[in-house]
Design a binder for this molecule. Structure first.
Ligand SMILES: [Zn+2]
Ligand SMILES: [Zn+2]
Length: 148
């Protein structure tokens, strides 16, 4: 596993600057998020790392994710169920979600800023952000359907 274009180094620098201690687990959680690109749940991160850190608990993973989120290295995605997913891609982007397997893929599109300014005008709200999700079937799930 390699992290492309020094993202891990940049993230580690951010951690250092914010005065957060870099424990081996914290390093591993961050590295996993930056390399997987799969929007894992805390449980999935835990399972991926438990061989390397037999003493680590799911609570430790959650705790690390919370700290990384507070520093702004990770964002938490909630989809109405009880397992949040975590995304280390902090650039504005949208998500495409597979209705069958739950796979989430990044989708880059110019941010729809006009929606926010229009909503502000018509509602008088101060809009902070918006989210949009696209749903469908991923490659794999679409193939399965054809075969059966
Ligand atoms: Zn799928
Ligand atoms: Zn994403």
């Amino acid at each position: 596993m390699t992290v492309s274009d020094g993202k891990l180094e940049v993230a580690i620098e951010t951690l250092k600057k914010s005065g957060v201690r870099i424990t081996p687990q914290r390093h591993a959680v961050l590295e996993y998020l930056l390399t997987s690109m799969s929007h894992p749940t805390a449980d999935e991160i835990y399972k991926a790392l438990e061989d390397r850190f037999p003493n680590m608990s799911v609570a430790t993973v959650y705790n690390n994710l919370r700290i990384l989120r507070e520093i702004g290295l990770v964002r938490e995605l909630t989809y109405g169920d009880d397992s949040s997913r975590f995304d280390s891609n902090m650039k504005d982007h949208y998500h495409i979600i597979c209705e069958d397997c739950g796979k989430i893929v990044d989708f880059h599109y110019p941010t729809l800023d006009e929606i926010e300014s229009l909503a502000e005008k018509v509602s008088g709200f101060e809009i902070s952000h918006h989210r949009m999700e696209l749903y469908g079937k991923c490659d794999n799930c679409a193939k399965v359907k054809v075969q059966s």
